[in-house]
Write a protein that binds this ligand. Structure first.
Ligand code: NAD
Length: 526
């Protein structure tokens, strides 16, 4: 992709327009955004300050009450129109995402389709998730108890660079549908994708000002943001997630944290070799491995190991590494020089410790400044960095195992617990194995796509992979405060004037016993 392409994707007037969408209250220093395609600066955004963040939260708060007063159907219509606008504008969005991240076009398409699917899901199912619900009252027939879900107010969203559209905007959609305002802090490397998505939201009818975007250094902007919002959704590394959680704890702000992973795949001996290779190729190398749910460790039952190793290495070598605004390359560039250094250092460390590099293992400056070859390792010692730390690049280790129990044990031998996959010809057995893996989600006979795209089901991590879930009912209810309203018919549950406390105590105890007797006769779980 030549620099003339970069100019045609983000011409000066478009850069200026997007830059003007950043919330500032004065002149600010500029932060350069570099394209992995060429390494060149493709534009600048303001280095926002704590004052900008404070003003942004206030503006979002001002716009929020009118928005919350609108009916949920009206708010859902905005999401519907947003899905249409994104579909209509997909070519430009794909170009901007590719320019900022260097990812392959199909990986960019995955993001675009994801925000369309998420907007569509919440536009249709969100109103039901938000409905007020009758709950079992204290005294059957006399107590009416209703649970309501109110917007929390202003949601802060801090997002990473790897999926700059999806992770900036998709998590905001349920927050907005629930009646909240939002302040978004996209990653330093990828502000333009987020700014363009917010423009499209406004073109779909979102009130101007309801979503504010602040750009700049996360370390400086984190505290001013977290201390002012009513819920903080953070997606990023576990290390930063811990700092964010500490700040949120200090300010008693509710948080959802979607963090890192070191995701295993378990390949059983009865798995279909070709399908497993095809599925894991996607599972390992999607977005050049810069995907929180990408597979980095593959445990294969020994009878299949050699065949799998050969087929997987050969398939990896057939992948086309490149950058370009077309669907040609299978695998794109890494996002930055820092990411390239991390990936390269993990592979160098693995080599030094005696791992075999079956294929790949090289920087490819001839392709683009930060490109790295899809890499397969075997004989990776447990002490190697790549054996336990998230590489977040196109590097996977293959490990033979003697039994499923060993595969499960090794899969669980990590502090992370984001995602795993199981590959087998017997789906029932696959489910049984899946239930023994300690991860927030497990895919059977698929890399991750079917799981991620099952938007009705919660997605998130256990252990060091996070707190909370996105998607489904929980993915919207997390952006609400519940209010329980209880109406007691007849008399209040207070001791009548002339009844001695001793008699009231006996009556209350008998009442609770009676309730237990009645409930014992209804099925459990109801
Ligand atoms: P990162 O943690 O470095 O940065 C994420 C965001 O946090 C950025 O916007 C950054 O500016 C901001 N930030 C940095 N320091 C901060 C601080 N002290 N306070 C507040 N905000 C701060 O992560 P990254 O390198 O951008 O993204 C890669 C990581 O994200 C990987 O670990 C990956 O696994 C994880 N990730 C997780 C999910 C998920 O859903 N679980 C999805 C995508 C990425």
């Amino acid at each position: 992709m030549a620099s003339s392409h970069a100019d045609s994707v983000l011409p000066e007037h478009a850069r200026e327009r997007l830059r003007a969408g950043v919330a500032t209250v004065g002149e600010r220093e500029s932060l350069a955004v570099r394209s992995p395609v060429s390494g060149d600066a493709i534009g600048t955004v303001p280095e926002c300050t704590a004052d900008d963040v404070a003003a942004a939260v206030e503006r979002a708060r001002d716009a929020q009450s009118d928005w919350a007063d609108r009916s949920v159907t009206e708010r859902a219509d905005v999401l519907d129109r947003f899905a249409e606008a994104v579909t209509a504008d997909r070519t430009e969005l794909l170009d901007v995402v590719q320019l900022e991240t260097g990812k392959a076009r199909f990986d960019a398409l995955e993001e675009v389709l994801d925000i369309v699917a998420t907007a569509d899901y919440y536009a249709r199912r969100g109103p039901g998730h938000l409905e007020s619900t009758r709950r079992r009252g204290a005294v059957p027939g006399l107590t009416r108890t209703v649970e309501h879900a109110d917007p929390v107010g202003v949601v802060g969203c801090i997002s990473p660079w790897n999926y700059p559209l999806t992770l900036a905007v998709s998590d905001l959609l349920p927050a907005l549908l629930a009646g909240n305002g939002a302040v978004l802090k996209p990653a330093e490397a990828t502000p333009f994708s987020a700014l363009r998505a917010v423009e499209l939201l406004e073109s779909a009818g979102l009130p101007a000002g309801l979503v504010q975007v602040v750009t700049g250094d996360g370390e400086r902007l984190g505290e001013p943001l977290i201390s002012r919002v009513d819920h903080l959704r953070f997606t990023g590394s576990t290390a930063v997630g811990r700092e964010v959680a500490a700040l949120a704890g200090e300010h008693l702000v509710d948080t959802s944290l979607e963090l890192g992973g070191k995701n295993p795949a378990v390949v059983l001996a009865d798995a279909d070799l070709d399908e497993t290779v095809r599925g894991l190729l996607n599972g390992c190398y999607a977005n050049a491995g810069q995907l929180c749910i990408a597979t980095e460790r593959v445990y294969v039952e020994r009878p299949l190991f050699e065949g799998f190793r050969q087929a997987f290495v050969a398939a990896t070598e057939r992948l086309d590494l490149g950058v370009g605004l077309d669907y040609g390359p299978d695998v794109g560039s890494l996002v930055s020089h820092e990411q390239l250094e991390t990936v390269d250092s993990h592979v160098a460390d693995a080599r030094e410790r005696g791992a075999t590099v079956e294929t790949g293992g090289r920087r490819r400056e001839d392709v683009s400044p930060w490109a790295y070859e899809p890499t397969v390792l075997t004989d990776l010692p447990a002490a190697a960095t790549a054996a336990s730390e998230e590489t977040f690049g196109p590097v996977v280790s293959l490990v033979p195992v003697d039994a499923v129990a060993e595969a499960v044990e090794r899969a669980n031998d990590t502090d992370y617990g984001l995602h795993a996959s199981v590959w087998t010809g017997d789906a029932d057995r696959g489910e049984r194995v899946a239930r023994r893996i300690e991860a927030g989600s497990v895919s059977i006979n698929d890399g991750y796509r079917a799981m991620w795209a099952s938007t009705d089901a919660p997605m998130g991590g256990v252990g060091d992979s996070g707190i909370g879930r996105r998607h489904g009912r929980q993915g919207i209810r997390d952006y609400t405060e519940s209010q329980t309203v209880t109406t007691q018919r007849g008399h209040p549950l207070a001791i009548p004037e002339r009844v001695p406390n001793r008699v009231a105590a006996a009556g209350a105890t008998a009442g609770v016993r009676l309730l237990r007797w009645v409930r014992d006769r209804s099925p459990r779980g109801r």
